[in-house]
Design a protein around this ligand. Structure first.
Ligand SMILES: Nc1ncnc2c1ncn2[C@@H]1O[C@H](COP(=O)(O)OP(=O)(O)OP(=O)(O)O)[C@@H](O)[C@H]1O
Ligand SMILES: [Mg+2]
Length: 256
């Protein structure tokens, strides 16, 4: 297993935002995490990526215990993430945003940059190549020189993904990657996620858009009030009475 989560929990005061969650993710799989608002999905991602320190349980990644490692450590280990609210450097170009993802893979020091050492220049070229490749892959190369704050929402979502890809992750955590984009854009984004997984990158995604989840996910984890209420294939989840009650029924009414 690439990722092994055992008994993971996070309390905020008296609230169990995540409680006793187990999850195994095999390499190359797409796992979706669904559940009503406030179910603990983003908290779960924050625990995996080291943004929050768990109250209980463990996270093992590539056989190594990474429980409570800091975000810069988890990203070096190969876990990249995007956020529910896209945070870009809005006054920087799309390319510079994607280059920021290269920082975790860079060895150069300020001295190297000031002195323009061969090692620094080599790394700079490599970073540029990797960033451009991420832009190509996510289909936004044409926007490279535009300011990130001025490109359409769909492109911004892709920039966030490109930044994550530029870190060369093995596990990618996407928190509502299709939030706030149209149905057509969502379909295209789904295809992009599928191509990402086909590259050998393991994907976990939180998403409310059920049609996207059902067509993409190999396995689905359903959280409610911080706890697992179901885990299985899309077909199993669709038929699960607990899921229908907690989530799908309500969601059908929300969507037109
Ligand atoms: N930093 C925090 N401090 C206190 N409570 C928090 C914190 N982060 C999350 N919570 C609480 O934990 C619970 C789970 O929140 P979380 O954001 O993980 O839900 P979610 O499933 O991602 O919801 P949504 O679908 O709305 O994004 C909520 O009750 C939330 O208010
Ligand atoms: Mg959330």
């Amino acid at each position: 297993m690439l990722l092994e989560v055992r008994g993971l929990g996070k309390q905020f005061g008296g609230l169990n935002a995540v409680k006793d969650v187990d999850l195994d993710v095999a390499e190359g799989e797409i796992t979706a995490i669904i559940g009503p608002n406030g179910a603990g999905k983003s908290t779960f991602f924050n625990l995996l990526s080291g943004f929050y320190r768990p109250t209980s349980g463990s996270v093992v990644f590539k056989g190594q215990d990474i429980t409570a490692k800091k975000p810069y450590r988890t990203v070096r280990e190969g876990i990249a993430r995007t956020f529910q609210t896209t945070h870009l450097f809005e006054d920087s170009t799309v390319l510079d945003n994607v280059l920021s993802g290269r920082i975790v893979r860079s060895r150069s020091t300020v001295f190297g940059a000031v002195l323009q050492t061969p090692g620094f220049r080599r790394e700079e070229r490599l970073n540029l190549d990797k960033a451009r490749e991420a832009l190509e892959f996510t289909g936004i190369a044409d926007f490279a020189d535009e300011l990130a704050g001025e490109v359409p929402q769909e492109v911004q979502k892709r920039v966030a993904l490109a930044i994550a890809l530029a870190t060369e992750p093995e596990l990618l955590l996407l928190d509502e990657p299709a939030g706030g984009i149209t149905e057509e854009e969502t379909t295209r984004f789904g295809e992009l996620i599928r191509r990402t997984a086909a590259r050998g990158i393991t994907v976990c995604l939180v998403e409310h858009k059920m049609s996207m989840i059902m067509s993409l996910a190999d396995r689905i984890l359903v959280l409610d009030h911080g706890q697992t209420i179901a885990f299985g294939t899309p077909d199993e989840i669709k038929r699960d009475p607990k899921v229908i009650e907690a989530y799908l029924g309500a969601d059908d009414e929300e969507e037109d």
